[in-house]
Design a protein around this ligand. Structure first.
Ligand SMILES: [Fe+2]
Length: 168
């Protein structure tokens, strides 16, 4: 048997995610795999990661051939943020560059902010599909931020299969 050493930090991260994504407790193991490499400054070398003045931009890094998960990089310009949402699938994510603010919400109509924390490069988080786990990610800093996210659905189902949007 020939072992081929993964060549780049992105290769290593995607190999770790592939192993973790089918293990029990998917979100936690995937977040650990992301944590191992996400702060490597060379992680996204050669990857096209443009940003947009309109909204944060999603770039596909890897789609599981069996459709079980997909990995994306999100590029956030200052002031850009996700909607307030829960997840319809498990997820794990980490910050590659810049600083994001994650705000947690208590369920309600609309949801009520309950806590917030700053996520610097290397910080990771994960969660199961749970309509009571509500959060928002935002780039409230003065520089561009980049984060890496893995969700437990095929990429072509991201539109309806990832976020349960609860407020803008
Ligand atoms: Fe989320």
């Amino acid at each position: 048997m020939t072992y081929i050493r993964p060549r780049t930090a992105l290769d290593r991260m995607l190999a770790g995610i592939a192993a973790a994504a089918r293990a029990p407790g998917e979100g936690r193991a995937v977040a650990a795999a992301i944590a191992d490499c996400v702060a490597d400054p060379a992680l996204l070398d050669g990857v096209e990661c443009r940003c947009s003045a309109e909204r944060y931009v999603r770039h596909l890094l890897h789609a599981d051939p069996e459709g079980g998960y997909a990995v994306v990089a999100l590029v956030w310009r200052p002031g850009q943020m996700s909607p307030v949402h829960a997840h319809r699938t498990w997820c794990g994510f980490g910050v590659h560059r810049g600083v994001l603010t994650e705000t947690y919400y208590s369920p309600g109509d609309p949801p009520v902010p309950s806590a917030a924390r700053l996520l610097a490069p290397g910080a990771v988080a994960h969660g199961p599909a749970d309509p009571r786990l509500i959060h928002r990610l935002a780039n409230l800093s003065c520089g561009t931020a980049v984060s890496v996210h893995c969700y437990g659905v095929a990429f072509d189902r991201f539109g309806e299969g990832v976020n349960e949007v609860l407020a803008d």
